[in-house]
Structures are given as structure tokens and as C-alpha cells.
Design a protein around this ligand. Structure first.
Ligand SMILES: NC(=O)c1ccc[n+]([C@@H]2O[C@H](COP(=O)([O-])OP(=O)(O)OC[C@H]3O[C@@H](n4cnc5c(N)ncnc54)[C@H](O)[C@@H]3O)[C@@H](O)[C@H]2O)c1
Length: 263
């Protein structure tokens, strides 16, 4: 039987010589992705609104200790971040738009300001990342991986804002993929749709609810495989999408969710 808590070993050198930028790279899935890309040979720039966290995680990487304080909702900060990458490396091969927040609430409880903030971070951040990075990436070609969610494919009554945001990321990724393909930029764009993974964002969700144990049991019940995901499960598919092994994959939505969206 598979041990769902065991780490998944990387493929050394699969990404040798590649330059990667990972947003939300200070914690959770972003940190796991940055570590995996690093272990597979890429030079990784860790970007996060939490600048100290980004620096702290970058210091654990072997290829590069470059960290950027980046609020993905701010166009000028994106310009500065991509400008720095261009100056230091002259290219960007892999962009992982991973930064995101999860706002709980139904149509009757979520206030409009919270909806706007959710969309600003989760949708605006991905839009700005792609728009700012593509001019640099199209010089060499590359891979953009946008972090969506099973919640971008399947609705929950108490996730109206998050559902809207991640559904937007899903189709926006396809639109950007088509544009890049039509323009022959050599840039592939795909979205990844995790089920519930044990990371700080999940703990934040559990902290917002009245009965965390019941909520956790509820999460398990909607994952037919019977367990929650490990950050390596997501880092592994991101590394594959970043690599040439996925060269024919673009405009696709990759679910890694223990069967959640098949239910
Ligand atoms: N953990 C899960 O179960 C799960 C499931 C599906 C999708 N996702 C998605 O995966 C991504 C990462 O989630 P996670 O679980 O690692 O969350 P997390 O809270 O552990 O990490 C999110 C990171 O994003 C950063 N961030 C937040 N707002 C930002 C901003 N405006 N600019 C830059 N950085 C910002 C945070 O500082 C943090 O380091 C998110 O897009 C989330 O929606 C997570």
C-alpha cells in the first residue's frame, strides 16, 4: 500500500539551468514547490508578501538564495520583481502563480469587501503575474503554472468567493494558454487543482469554523481516496509541468485531489 505521508523523491537535474519564480513561496504549497524545483536543479526566486518568510525559505535552498517581497495584487511590485529577475538572470523559464487566500462565506454571509479582496489576490495576482512575466518569458519560452483548486471546478455553499476566484483562474489560464500558443511564444500555461492538502491555509480554514474536528472529517469524507494530500503531491505535478516531459500539455486543468472532483 502507498504511504500517503511519505515524501516523494525529486528527479535531480530535470530542471537544470532553469530560472523559476514561485509566488507565495514562503509557506505551505509554495514552499514545497520552491524546494522541489530547487532539488530538480532550477534556480528559484521565492516571492511572497511575507518578505521575511520568503528570505527564510530561500535560505534553505541549494541553488539560489534569492527572495523577493512581492504583494501579487500590486502591479508596480510585479514590475520590480520581474525587472530584478531580468537583471540577475536575463530570463525566466518557470512562473508558478501560487499565492492565494481562502475566504469562507456563503452568498448571505460574505461581505462585498471580502469578495473583492479574494478576487484581487487570487485572480488579480495571477493575471498580473502572467501579464508582467510573459514579455520576458517569451524570449526563451517556458511554463506557467497557476494554482487553482478543486474549488475552481466544484462548488461549496460556504465558499462563494473562493469558488468564484478559482473558477476564474481555471478559464483565465486556458485563455492565456491559447494566446501564447497562437502567438508561438513557446510558453505553456496550465492550472493545478489540489484537493485538501495539509498546509497552513487549511489550518486557517479550520480556525475560522465552529467545529474544526467535524470540518476535518467533512474534508476527508469528500476525498474518496480516504486521506488528505501531502504538499509533495502538488510539488511533484508542478515540477512535471515545469519540465519538458509535459511539453505537449497546455491549456489544461490538472486535478490532484484524491478523487474529490470525480464525486
Ligand atoms: N492547502 C490546500 O489544501 C489547497 C487546496 C487547493 C488549493 N490551494 C491553493 O494553493 C495555494 C497555496 O496555498 P497554501 O495552502 O500553501 O496556503 P498558505 O496560506 O500556506 O500559503 C499561501 C502563501 O501565499 C502568501 N500570500 C498571501 N497573499 C499574498 C499576496 N497578496 N502576495 C503574495 N503572497 C501572498 C502567504 O504569505 C503565504 O506564504 C493557494 O493559491 C491556495 O488557494 C491550497
Amino acid at each position: 500500500m502507498i504511504d500517503p505521508t511519505a515524501p516523494l523523491p525529486p528527479f535531480p537535474d530535470r530542471l537544470a539551468g532553469r530560472i523559476a519564480l514561485v509566488t507565495g513561496g514562503a509557506s505551505g504549497l509554495g514552499a514545497a514547490i520552491a524546494s522541489r524545483l530547487d532539488a530538480e536543479g532550477a534556480k528559484v526566486i521565492v516571492a511572497d508578501i511575507d518578505g521575511d518568510g520568503a528570505r527564510h525559505h530561500a535560505a534553505t535552498l541549494s541553488q539560489c538564495d534569492h527572495a523577493i517581497m512581492l504583494d501579487v495584487t500590486q502591479p508596480d511590485q510585479w514590475q520590480a520583481a520581474i525587472g530584478q529577475v531580468e537583471q540577475r538572470h536575463g530570463r525566466l523559464d518557470i512562473l508558478v502563480n501560487n499565492a492565494g487566500i481562502t475566504t469562507m462565506g456563503s452568498i448571505e454571509t460574505l461581505d462585498y469587501a471580502a469578495l473583492r479582496h479574494e478576487l484581487d489576490v487570487d485572480v488579480g495576482g495571477v493575471f498580473l503575474g502572467c501579464q508582467t512575466a510573459i514579455p520576458l518569458m517569451k524570449r526563451t519560452g517556458g511554463s506557467i503554472i497557476n494554482m487553482a483548486s478543486g474549488s475552481g471546478l466544484k462548488a461549496s455553499a460556504n465558499l462563494v468567493g473562493y469558488n468564484a476566484a478559482k473558477a476564474a483562474v481555471t478559464l483565465m489560464s486556458k485563455s492565456i494558454a491559447l494566446h501564447c500558443a497562437q502567438e508561438k511564444y513557446g510558453i505553456r500555461v496550465n492550472s493545478v487543482h489540489p484537493g485538501a492538502i495539509r498546509t497552513p491555509i487549511l489550518d486557517k480554514v479550520l480556525a475560522q469554523v465552529d467545529d474544526p474536528e467535524a470540518t476535518l472529517a467533512g474534508f476527508l469524507s469528500v476525498h474518496p481516496i480516504g486521506y488528505l494530500g501531502h504538499p509533495d503531491d502538488i510539488a511533484a505535478i508542478v515540477a512535471w509541468l515545469a519540465s519538458d516531459e509535459s511539453r505537449f500539455a497546455t491549456g489544461a486543468a490538472f486535478s490532484v485531489d484524491g478523487g474529490m472532483t470525480a464525486l
